[in-house]
Every structure is written in C-alpha cells, then in structure tokens.
Design a protein around this ligand. Structure first.
Ligand SMILES: *[C@@H]1O[C@H](CO)[C@@H](O)[C@H](O)[C@H]1NC(C)=O
Ligand SMILES: *[C@@H]1O[C@H](CO)[C@@H](O)[C@H](O)[C@H]1NC(C)=O
Length: 253
C-alpha cells in the first residue's frame, strides 16, 4: 500500500504502479515502446511532436503585374483556392510590379508598365493596400477582387472596397496618388529586380525563396498540393483530396 501511494505521488500521469515500467523518467519519451510501457504516451506527444505553430509556414511569393491575363487567372483559380484551403500553412507575399520598368525623375519614380498606364495605377493601388492592411484576411479578398474585376482601376477599387469590411478606400487612394505610393512601388521594383534567377515572365513564383521550372509548373497547376507537400508539419484538412463524386451520386441498385 505504501508503494502504491509513492507511485501516485511521483509518477504523475502514469497510472501503472505495478513495476512494469522499467525505465527512469528521463527515458520515458525516448521511444514509443517505452512511452507505452510506462503509460505516458499522451504526455510525451505534447512535447515530442512539435505543436502546429512551431512549424514554419511555407513561404510562397507571387511576382505579378495587375493586368497580365496569366496573373489574373492565377488569382481567379490556383491562388484563391490555396488561400481558402491551406492559407493557414502558407505565408503568402504579393509583389505587384512584374515586367514594369522604372526611372528616377527628380524626387519621384516614373513607372512604365507592360499593359499601359492603368496597370501602373492598379499595381500601386494594390501595393498601398498591402502596406496599409498588413493582415492577409483583410487585404487578400480585396486584391483578389481587383484582379478578377475588369474596368478602370479606380472604379474597380471602389467596387471591391464596397464588398469587404475593413477596407478604407480613401486611405488607399491617398497613398496611391502620393509620394508614399510612389516610394512603396519602388520597393516592389527593387524586390522584383533582386530575383535570382531574374524573372523572364509573370506570374513568377518562389517557394521558400526558390524558383525552378518544376515549382512554377506545380504552382500554376496544383498550388494546394505544392504547399501541402512542402509543409513540414501535420497536414491541415485542406490538404485532403476532395472525395470523388461517387460519394454524392445515387447508384442504381
Ligand atoms: C513570410 O515571408 C516573408 C518574406 O517573403 C518573411 O519576411 C516573413 O518573415 C515570413 N513570415 C513568416 C511567419 O514566416
Ligand atoms: C486579421 O483580421 C481578421 C478579420 O478582421 C481578424 O479576425 C484577425 O484577428 C486579424 N489578425 C490579426 C493578426 O490582426
């Protein structure tokens, strides 16, 4: 009886006091077999397996320009799906500049964009949005909307701002028309021009900082799967393949 009490006090969490645990506490979590024998499996799990928030999310960066059809398609399909299904394990960075060029004129930067002046305006609106609303759950739906709505950039911004909470359009337009937006877009240019290897088209992606043809191909065909395969932690539900249609059909018997 004395021995039993001893066990309860000192072997916290282990209900076995019959002497079947032959290991000292420092070894309890050293293997599954020992943990099982000493009946501390659930306790060991808590500190042997890294909790979800200790695993780094996958860095995924999209270099794009606002009016390029391929970039817009990316926002409409792969990126939108990945954001909704596996956003929690993806560290998304958007860099709206793409194939634009810049040169300094006095104290300002002058941008020239592949799809004309409107593309430059929309790039800067999106850049300001990223800067002003650092929270992805606030800025992503707005930028995704802009990238999937046609029209003059300011009209599109107005339309999209009215759809989502927390988007202060006056702030965005103030930024985009002023010196702040100009400087922020220059930062996007620097980031794009620093790419190694340099981009040769857009959309252009990096995964954990790396660009290869293989990564690019996977990103534009099955981004969810690419993020899930790269992530080192336990896979979230969004990584599971969709059930096939059989589940939902009525089979004739
Ligand atoms: C997300 O990616 C950016 C670079 O693209 C990096 O600066 C930042 O630290 C990353 N955040 C997390 C939480 O990993
Ligand atoms: C981001 O915004 C969402 C929606 O408004 C909010 O629920 C969340 O707490 C915010 N996250 C951070 C880190 O501020």
């Amino acid at each position: 009886m004395k021995g039993w009490v001893f066990c309860v006090v000192f072997v916290a969490g282990a209900s076995s006091c019959l002497g079947v645990c032959r290991f000292s506490p420092s070894l309890w979590c050293s293997s599954n077999a020992i943990a099982e024998e000493c009946q501390v499996t659930s306790q060991c799990k808590q500190w042997t397996y890294p909790p979800l928030n200790d695993v780094k999310p996958v860095d995924f960066t999209l270099y794009y320009e606002s009016l390029c059809p391929g970039c817009r398609e990316m926002f409409a399909t792969q990126l939108n799906l990945a954001y909704r299904k596996v956003g929690e394990i993806m560290n998304l960075t958007l860099v709206p500049y793409g194939n634009a060029q810049e040169k300094k004129d006095g104290s300002k930067w002058v941008f020239e964009c592949q799809h004309g002046k409107e593309e430059c305006i929309e790039n800067i609106i999106e850049t300001c949005t990223l800067y002003l609303f650092k929270n992805i759950t606030v800025y992503f739906p707005f930028i995704q909307c802009m990238e999937t709505t046609s029209g003059p950039p300011e009209k599109v911004a107005q339309k999209c701002a009215s759809k989502f909470k927390g988007i202060d359009l006056d702030k965005i337009m103030g930024c985009s028309k002023g010196i702040l937006g100009n400087e922020l877009e220059h930062q996007m240019a620097l980031q794009t021009n620093a790419l190694q290897p340099p981009h040769t088209y857009v959309p252009w992606v990096t995964l954990n900082g790396v660009h290869t043809d293989e990564i690019q191909d996977k990103a534009v065909t099955d981004l969810v799967n690419l993020i899930c395969q790269t992530y080192q932690g336990p896979k979230p539900a969004g990584c599971e393949k969709e059930e096939n249609n059989l589940m939902h059909s009525c089979l004739r018997n």
